[in-house]
Design a protein around this ligand. Structure first.
Ligand code: EPU
Length: 452
């Protein structure tokens, strides 16, 4: 397992480009199961989660090719296997996105239940509810969900639970409804930009969907879907994470390929903290750090509210704010694995149920810390950038699931992050000792820029 060794204190400056959205790419790639024609998806990030989904799709009979320009070309060539295996699904919950397309197109799906997750229980009862209402019979056997149907039929449904709407649940029901007979209405649909991007792609494929960007989606089923080409939207959470980096430690960083209209709640809260985010073009912004960060009271909510996927990263800023902040998690009440690790770096955070109370202080110090989920890992990296001394973030495979080349991008802005294999005891520089192993040299991908 790799780890990051981060020397804190460098000021960040320069330009960084945001990759395509992971959470848009995963359902969109899954939706290509709905047609036998060729689809081209552009701007798909190079991430472990994307690789996992491609492996699942290959097993489901999809020919997948990653072109030299990064485009992914998909075409279903064999529909005999409709089983998504535990060994692959267990590594990524979003694998459940193949369920809707499979039951709709092939009338059968056997998908492993994803199992536990550090950010909470994460049930899929709403996915199941929606698909049952469309006419799927659903059974559970030996850790698998098995769905059968003689043909889905559209209906009106309310798709909400204790924690509100569901993003991948909406995606699953939406994809299934595209080929169902008649009209489906999803009330309380998720309207996250990633769901909107899926609606755009499905519409290009010939689906008939009304209500994009709202909590009410109306789908008129069609007999078949066709080929389509689509460019994935920029990853709003990666952009938000770089805004947080610039806000923490920036001489001024410019973020390219970023949709500020997808980040209104983040921008509003960062402005309240005293961070300047200046829109310099439709897809570019410039972030300047605040001399003094002001405390915040934030609650995570579904879109357009403050995203849970930016909660951990924002908490790092609040540990350095001038006063007491409150962060309440309304999407995943247990998504606080970063709290104990940040406290090891000198933060003062007290957790009370699904709320964290953060007493700001003037400095964090470097420490060995353990990443346990994707966004918590990003938070620990951000903390390492501003902490005094060296921070070791272990188990960075979590971050590789969702951030493309994060250490290279941060190093290009002036950070000092080394990726090391855990087998290597000390940070290795390419020009260093003759004991440097071949493996560690190959893994050492970072560039060292002069401190500013
Ligand atoms: N929920 C249910 N029943 C369900 C589905 C969800 O009770 O059947 C609950 C969840 O437990 C949670 C809430 O509803 O409390 C929202 O969950 P949702 O289904 O919206 O989450 P998801 O679709 O599994 C996506 C993202 C997550 C992101 C959430 C919330 C993808 C692949 N994943 O998950 O992204 O946090 O929406 O916005 O789109 C990440 O990228 O780090 C990540 C975890």
């Amino acid at each position: 397992m790799d780890k990051f060794v981060i020397k804190g204190g460098n000021l960040l400056k320069g330009v960084v480009e945001i990759s395509g959205s992971k959470n848009a790419a995963l359902p969109i790639l899954s939706s290509t199961l709905l047609t036998n024609e060729k689809c081209v998806i552009k701007g798909v990030p190079y991430l472990r989660d994307v690789e996992t989904l491609c492996l699942i799709l290959k097993e489901l009979g999809v020919k997948i090719e990653r072109k030299s320009n990064g485009d992914i070309e998909t075409q279903v060539i064999d529909e005999r296997n409709s089983i998504a295996r535990y060994e692959l699904v267990k590594t990524m919950r979003a694998s459940v996105c193949v369920l809707g397309p499979l039951i709709s197109k092939r009338k059968y799906a056997k998908v492993s239940l994803p199992g536990g997750c550090v950010i909470g229980v994460r049930p899929i009862d709403l996915h199941e509810k929606g698909l049952r209402l469309l006419g799927a019979q659903i059974d559970y056997e030996h850790g698998y969900l098995i769905a059968n149907t003689k043909g889905l039929v559209g209906c009106e449904m309310y798709l909400g639970g204790t924690f509100g709407s569901t993003v991948t649940g909406t995606a699953n029901v939406l994809m299934a409804a595209c080929l169902a007979k008649g009209r489906t209405v999803i009330e309380n649909a998720a309207c996250e930009p990633e769901v909107q991007d899926l609606v755009i792609f499905l519409t290009k494929m010939g689906a008939k969907i009304k209500g994009i960007g709202t909590h009410r989606l109306e789908i008129e089923g069609v007999k078949s879907l066709k080929c389509a080409t689509h460019k994935i939207i920029p990853d709003r959470i990666e952009a938000g994470t770089f805004i947080a980096a610039g806000a923490l430690s920036g001489k001024g960083i410019t973020i390219k390929n970023c949709r500020l209209d997808h980040l209104s709640a983040v921008i509003d809260n960062y402005n309240q903290m005293g961070v300047t985010i200046e829109k310099t073009s439709a897809t570019t912004c410039r972030v300047k750090h605040a001399r003094v960060l002001k405390p915040l009271d934030i609650t995570t909510l579904s879109y357009p509210g403050f995203p849970t996927d930016m909660q951990a990263q924002t908490m790092v800023l609040l540990t350095l704010a001038d006063g007491i902040s409150i962060v309440t998690e309304r999407i995943y009440p247990d998504r606080f694995t970063h709290v104990a690790e940040l406290n090891r770096m000198g933060a003062r955070i007290r957790k009370e149920g699904s709320t964290a109370v953060i007493e700001g202080r003037s400095q964090l110090w470097g420490a060995p810390v353990m990443a346990s989920d994707l966004r918590a890992s990003a938070a620990l990296v951000l903390a390492g950038l501003v902490a005094s001394g060296t921070t070791e973030v272990q188990r960075v495979y979590h971050i590789d699931r969702g951030y493309e080349k994060i250490e290279e991008k941060l190093n290009s802005l002036g950070a000092d992050i080394n990726r090391l294999s855990d087998k290597v005891a000390m940070p290795i520089r390419l020009s260093a000792s003759p004991t440097t192993t071949k493996e560690s040299m190959m893994r050492h991908t970072t560039r060292h820029l002069p401190r500013q």
